[in-house]
Design a protein around this ligand. Structure first.
Ligand SMILES: [Zn+2]
Ligand SMILES: [Zn+2]
Length: 137
């Protein structure tokens, strides 16, 4: 899938009952087009370069709104490290312990023994290690 245009994001937000303010558009555009699983702080530092008036509070409020409307998911790869992901399908995350990049992996099948009878509301599969690139070094 190619990058989303501002117009497409605007329509998507409206469809999900969110007023498409300038900040909201820019934040969602960043999440959709970068797909780097950024923390709120990384989003702030990135957008501040382009939009000096943006505040951390705006970022947090907007991310919470997106979370409530289920337009992003929160992933916890480490303690105290909340990252945001606009990819909502069921996928696994691999965090490289050397370069700190987070990779997405499609899940073909996963069997959990004894989970019958439980109601699952959240699904996360987090892996850590060294990515192919870092192993070469
Ligand atoms: Zn790596
Ligand atoms: Zn992801």
């Amino acid at each position: 899938m190619g990058n989303w245009t501002i117009e497409e994001i605007k329509n998507f937000l409206i469809k999900n009952g969110i007023r498409p303010s300038f900040y909201r558009l820019k934040i969602y555009q960043y999440l959709l087009n970068e797909r780097t699983h950024p923390s709120a702080d990384e989003i702030f530092l990135y957008l501040k370069k382009e939009i000096p008036t943006i505040s951390r509070a705006t970022i947090y409020n907007t991310l919470n709104l997106f979370l409530n409307k289920r337009l992003v998911q929160l992933i916890n790869l480490e303690r105290d490290e909340a990252r945001y992901d606009a990819t909502l399908s069921w996928h696994a995350h691999f965090k490289c312990l050397n370069c700190n990049k987070v990779f997405d992996f499609h899940i073909e099948s996963l069997k959990l023994k004894g989970v019958e009878g439980f109601q699952i509301l959240e699904k996360q599969l987090n892996l850590a290690g060294y990515c192919a690139q870092c192993q070469k070094k």
